[in-house]
Write a protein that binds this ligand. Structure first.
Ligand code: GDD
Ligand code: MN
Length: 368
């Protein structure tokens, strides 16, 4: 029998927990091989959610309560995880909203995905079979959909369709290896950081469809301006892809700057100046990507690993040069040379940037 603990953060959810808890334990009784506990993490809700919980504990011995002085969704989860691990030594943890937006009937599907080998299962509203409430206002629908889309592209992980919804099953080893890095994300952005950090630890992530229903009692505590700001800040400071694009731009500046100095100021030979400036940019790109963009997969083992990887890096760079030259010539042959800079920009954005990023990930900075 493996143990799973469902962590439920609450702030003013007295009415909701009274409905939700019996439903969870009803479902829990139907699953074989899993002993399911629930821990409620309450931030001293003014509506005295804790009183409702204490009453329920008398009926459900596998229900637990943790009281927290601070507010914050991320903080509530980290504290709940920590207490659950110390008190109950589970194998698996669940994240779940306490407002009945997440239907407990999905619990067995999460467990099945875990049994099939996943380390981290996300309940997704945006994959086939999942849904958001019909009666959500247009702005909330748009925000939620585009928010997820921006995050998917920002991390260049289009396969994960859901980054924000907090209905998840996560193996304890993943929590243990990421919780220290998650301490700085005490608000809702915690959800995005948790997926990003788990991926960087090599966790196998999968998704199951869920239908998100609007809460009936109480109201959401989310503050959208704060949330949007936190999301952009997180992507900007943590996405390998964004960092890689920034490194690419520094390479561009180095390449042009050095060419300018060599050709215009030092009156050096043009071909010689081009080789020096391009290669300096390649070396600098390689070092910056290794120590910054892909720091979680940094090459180790000294010169013996560095040199072959650096040669491969040069090959990828040569490849992108050939693609760019061939592509732009093709466009020019078809449409004429007038708009060459437009073709160059299109090729760089849609072919060169993804091409190099994919090859760097597949050939040079491989997933561990
Ligand atoms: N302990 C504690 N402290 N719990 C909190 C706090 C807090 O400061 N703030 C919110 N919660 C609890 C709520 O009581 C609820 O059970 C759950 O966290 C989700 O909060 P809601 O206020 O219902 O937010 P939502 O429905 O807008 O949240 C949606 O978006 C989030 C961020 O993307 C859901 O999809 C969440 O699952 C998701 O994390
Ligand atoms: Mn909610």
């Amino acid at each position: 029998m493996k143990k799973a603990v469902i962590v439920l953060p609450t702030y003013n959810e007295a009415k909701n927990v009274e409905e939700l808890i019996p439903k969870i334990f009803q479902i829990a009784a139907t699953v074989a091989n899993w002993e399911i506990h629930v821990i409620i993490v309450d931030s001293y809700s003014p509506d005295r959610t804790e009183d409702a919980v204490i009453k329920l504990i008398k009926r459900y011995p596998r229900l637990h309560l943790l009281r927290l002085k601070e507010r914050g969704l991320g903080l509530a989860y980290l504290s709940g995880f920590k207490t659950a691990i110390e008190k109950l030594q589970p194998y698996l943890l669940f994240e779940m909203d306490a407002d009945l937006s997440h239907d407990p009937k999905n619990i067995p599907e999460f467990l099945k995905a875990i049994e099939a080998g996943s380390d981290f299962v996300i309940g997704s509203r945006y994959m086939k079979g999942g849904s958001i409430p019909n009666d959500w206002g247009v702005h909330r629908k748009i925000f939620s959909f585009f928010g997820n889309l921006i995050i998917r592209l920002g991390f260049m992980k289009p396969k994960i369709t859901e980054w924000t919804n907090g209905y998840r099953a996560i193996k304890v080893w993943v929590i243990k290896s990421t919780s220290d890095q998650l301490k700085n994300y005490s608000g809702y952005v915690f959800q995005i950081a948790a997926i990003d950090r788990a991926l960087k630890q090599g966790a196998r992530i999968s998704e199951i469809p869920i239908k998100f229903v609007d809460r009936k009692h109480g109201q959401s505590k989310i503050s959208f301006p704060q949330y949007i700001f936190d999301i952009f800040l997180y992507i900007f400071t943590n996405s390998s892809f964004v960092k890689y694009v920034i490194v690419g731009m520094t390479g561009f500046v180095i390449d042009f700057g050095l060419s300018f100095i060599f050709i215009e100021k030092l009156k050096a030979l043009v071909w010689f100046s081009t080789i020096i400036s391009a290669e300096t940019a390649i070396i600098s790109n390689f070092l910056l990507n290794n120590s910054w963009s892909f720091s979680h997969k940094k090459l180790e083992g000294g010169l013996l690993t560095y040199i072959p990887q650096f040669l491969k890096f040069n090959l990828v760079s040569a490849g992108s040069l050939i693609i760019q030259a061939g592509g732009i010539q093709l466009f020019v042959n078809i449409f004429g040379r007038e708009l060459w800079y437009l073709y160059k920009t299109i090729i760089i954005i849609f072919i060169i940037i993804p091409y190099s990023y994919i090859l760097y990930n597949k050939v040079i900075w491989k997933e561990r």
